[in-house]
Ligand binder design. Structure first.
Ligand SMILES: NC(=O)c1ccc[n+]([C@@H]2O[C@H](COP(=O)([O-])OP(=O)(O)OC[C@H]3O[C@@H](n4cnc5c(N)ncnc54)[C@H](O)[C@@H]3O)[C@@H](O)[C@H]2O)c1
Length: 320
């Protein structure tokens, strides 16, 4: 296979950007089709990509493609991913992989029988900050305490899902990716403010070996905050994901006499990197950079967090 024959499913807010990234990888991707259910989106897709076939359902082009990007609302991921696996297509699925543990279990069974590459869109893993800090985080001696904020004023988007599925999933995935000590129990508290779903949530997470994490996620906040802070006997590291800055206060003074040092990291195009890795994995037989199991584990943490919110109880995590 010299080029991957690709369809993008869903021409909404993020689907438009995915289509641009397919176009940006002309050497490795052959843009076969855009699949969009509704006429307004189909018209926009035709205008912006006149050389690409625009259809209303994936069945119409399933025999013409090697791979598909699933960029539709979360409630549709399960059926689409199932259909694509059954048809032995490579899949890039935007987060989350599916809506709950039961769906993940079914997909796991089907995926075992088919040899397709499945990459998940946990795009927050692509911050350059993690390349600089992950090794340090992995070696951090317990106990340590992690605090993550991801809040913003109301934008009216993704209100069909709660903030755990839409936003906290990024941070739950980052916990698994960045730190050695894994979640063992989650206790959630939250509010339904503007929608019938959780709009503001606070998750208290017990990690292994007396470590802990607190994740605060909200879409009805007075200001925008996106940061991650880790504190231990070795000091504090704070990553401002908005300003692309790392701030560090060590257990001793820095060489220049200061108590806090600050440095900037490069802002990157996460979607472009995701596309690069997806085609590279397919064409060069490499494992997915963020794989199916990562997707299943993130869905499990979301499932546990939502059960905790609904029952007002702490719920145990079983990562498998
Ligand atoms: N990685 C990230 O940071 C990030 C950011 C935003 C959204 N997302 C994810 O991307 C997905 C899409 O989000 P969005 O904001 O673009 O949503 P959106 O509602 O703006 O767009 C979804 C599009 O899919 C179309 N659609 C629905 N069902 C379809 C089907 N069966 N076949 C074809 N088209 C269908 C809709 O008509 C719509 O145009 C969600 O799963 C969301 O969680 C990820």
């Amino acid at each position: 296979m010299k080029k991957v024959k690709v369809a993008v499913i869903g021409y909404g807010h993020l689907g438009k950007w995915h289509c641009q990234k397919v176009e940006a990888h002309k050497d490795s991707a052959d843009f076969v089709a855009i699949v969009e259910k509704f006429p307004a989106g189909q018209e926009a897709a035709k205008t912006n990509h006149p050389h690409v076939k625009v259809v209303s359902s994936i069945e119409e082009v399933i025999n013409d493609i090697d791979a598909a990007f699933v960029v539709t609302p979360t409630s549709t991921h399960f059926e689409l991913v199932k259909y694509l696996i059954e048809n032995k297509k490579h899949i890039f699925c935007e987060k989350p992989l599916c809506s709950n543990d039961n769906e993940a279990k079914i997909l796991t069974e089907i995926a075992k029988k088919n040899n397709c590459l499945i990459q998940l869109g946990h795009s927050e893993r692509f911050h350059q900050a993690w390349e600089i800090l992950r090794d340090k985080f992995q070696k951090l001696a317990p106990p340590y305490s992690i605090r993550i904020n991801r809040v913003a004023p109301f934008k009216g988007r993704a209100t069909d899902v709660d903030v755990v599925q839409d936003l906290a999933i990024h941070d739950l995935d980052l916990l698994l990716y960045l730190f050695q000590q894994k979640p063992v129990e989650i206790n959630g508290n939250g509010f339904k403010i503007r929608t019938k779903n959780w709009d503001h949530v606070s998750l208290d997470i017990k990690l292994q070996n007396a470590c802990e994490a607190k994740i605060v996620i909200g879409r009805n906040s007075v200001k925008e905050l996106r940061d991650l802070e880790v504190t231990s006997a070795q000091g504090m590291i704070m990553v401002d994901l908005f300003a692309n800055k790392i701030l560090e206060a060590s257990s001793s003074q820095f060489e220049d006499g200061s108590f806090v040092r600050e440095f900037a990291y490069q802002k990157r195009d996460h979607l472009l990197l995701e596309h690069f890795h997806f085609y590279d994995s397919i064409l060069n037989n490499k494992p997915a950079i963020i794989n199916f199991k990562d997707g299943v584990r993130a869905v499990h943490l979301v499932d546990v967090a939502l059960r905790s919110l609904e029952t007002n109880d702490s719920i145990k995590v079983h990562l498998g």
